[in-house]
Design a protein around this ligand. Structure first.
Ligand code: HEM
Length: 137
């Protein structure tokens, strides 16, 4: 990922952090609308889960320049997700839901360029997570 794309992602993320609670809520609302079957995997209060999700994405976004650290954290996260009953097929679903949520929260500042940058980042991250997931299955 180029420095330019990293900066683009980091700048756009500031909008999301301004509306962090709303973004977390919107993400799960959309996820369960699109795929109601995954609802039962979540045991934790969804409000809290939304905060955890935003926190970890925040950590990832702030550390994009240090990609080995990010991928290391992502592998640990993926191993925990095997225990949550998550399946490999769920990763694209979560990716689409994330991109949709970002577009919705960022609103008119959301551009095709941003969509491409975030999609590229999610693809790279989920690839690492899926590989790790398969090892742990
Ligand atoms: C890049 C992708 C993802 C990120 C960044 C992410 C982030 C998180 C975080 C931060 C947690 C809190 C617990 C922990 O840290 O272990 C969590 C839990 C969880 N995630 Fe994910 N996740 C991702 C992908 C997925 C996918 C694809 C699914 C499938 C539906 C999923 C379902 C869950 C479930 C079921 C839990 C446990 C909730 C509970 O204990 O109630 N996640 N996720």
């Amino acid at each position: 990922m180029t420095q330019e794309r990293i900066k683009l992602i980091q700048k756009s993320w500031l909008y999301v952090m301004d509306k962090a609670d709303e973004a977390g809520r919107l993400f799960y609302k959309r996820l369960f609308e699109v795929e109601p079957n995954v609802r039962s995997l979540f045991k934790e209060n969804i409000e809290k889960q939304g905060k955890k999700l935003i926190d970890v994405i925040n950590w990832i976004v702030l550390n994009l320049q240090d990609i080995d650290t990010v991928f290391g954290g992502a592998k640990e996260l993926a191993r925990r997700h095997v225990r949550y009953g998550v399946q490999v097929e769920h990763y694209p679903l979560v990716g689409h839901t994330l991109i949709w949520t970002l577009g919705n929260i960022i609103g008119k500042e959301w551009t095709k360029e941003l969509e491409q940058a975030w999609t590229e980042a999610y693809e790279a991250l989920s690839q690492v997570m899926i590989e790790e997931h398969k090892k742990g299955q």
